[in-house]
Design a protein around this ligand. Sequence first.
Ligand SMILES: Nc1ncnc2c1ncn2[C@@H]1O[C@H](COP(=O)(O)OP(=O)(O)O)[C@@H](O)[C@H]1O
Ligand SMILES: [Mg+2]
Length: 395
Amino acid sequence: MDPVRNPYAPGAGQRPPELAGRGKQLDAFDVVCERIARGRPERSVMLTGLRGVGKTVLLNQLRSAAGARGWGTGKIEARPDQELRRPLSSALHMAARAIAKTHSNSERVDDFLGILKAFALRATADKGMRERWQPGIDVPAVTGRADSGDIEIDLVELLTEAAGLAADIGVGIAIFIDEMQDLAPVDISAICGACHELSQDAAPLIVVGAGLPHLPAVLSASKSYSERLFSYHRIDRLDRESADLALIAPAEREEVKFSDEALAALYRKADGYPYFVQAYGKATWDQAPGSPITAEDVEVAAPTAEEELAVGFFGSRYERATPAEREYMRAMADLSGDEGPVATAAVATELGRKPASLSPARDGLIKKGLIYSAERGTIGFTVPHFGRYLRSVTT
Ligand SMILES: Nc1ncnc2c1ncn2[C@@H]1O[C@H](COP(=O)(O)OP(=O)(O)O)[C@@H](O)[C@H]1O
Ligand SMILES: [Mg+2]
């Protein structure tokens, strides 16, 4: 059918034509915002899951929901080797600008911006970016708060000020952090510390994070109280009904239908993973001669979808690995059967090596975000069906 009208959207962070099966998380977030606005204690929210399950698009959706309430919002995508201070100041600047629109006391807004600027100016230059960086805040810096240079102290002070500004007009601030597992340990620790302080004062500011399945382990390694500080939402595969809806609803708007067998075949292929739902949906649409889309159309289109996934979803990640890291993942793939974490000791046995000699490969893969360790002594792929993919490529 007409590829121009193809509604499906495979791609990292691509807004899906229908955000299916996330009603529970959206409702829970509504309650969190409502409670915070009323000065009730609430925990910050953490979304965790494998790659391609829809964490980024859900995070963006939650951000719109907060924005629609008049809250100030800002978003960061954490990257390894990047200091938090600079992106956080941009995110808070954006949040403050939204609040400034309705805040009647411009002096107070400017005072906050001055503190924010002083905070931002404490950022040390990034590697390879030695030129003086300007935070783009056109008020003079106000020194003495949030500018000690110790991120743990500065963050509490800064976020307390930000929350105060929001509280003036009865709203809140939500800071969204994607790929949160990539933050440096000092920054993780500072965020936990600040959330801890702010929640004790029922200050209207929350952090909403998204990350890989080991994010809870990263947080609790930093602060033991983090388990009670955050409410964790595991974002997972869609159930059959939601996966069907993700396909049917956008097609209906184009007056296209699916046969029941086509939907069953698509669910078998995509296994409920949102990225795969979009990828198979897209390829099937392009291949199908007309409505209704049949199971045969799905079969004809599947190789195209698989090829695109092999290049765009799996291959691009595989290519980032060194030969030693690839060998490590191959062993994992052979052991894992299909999904699920395996024991690191078993990988060593499989490769006939001493576990310690494999640490560089394992750590490299964790740093590259290809594998994760949520529990001591185990390791899993961050990408669903990655084991299956690796077994299908010849080395
Ligand atoms: N609830 C959903 N329903 C349908 N498609 C979704 C849903 N969530 C995500 N997707 C699709 O899945 C793909 C991956 O989403 P993304 O948010 O980038 O995942 P993650 O951040 O977990 O890696 C995108 O193509 C997106 O359109
Ligand atoms: Mg993402």
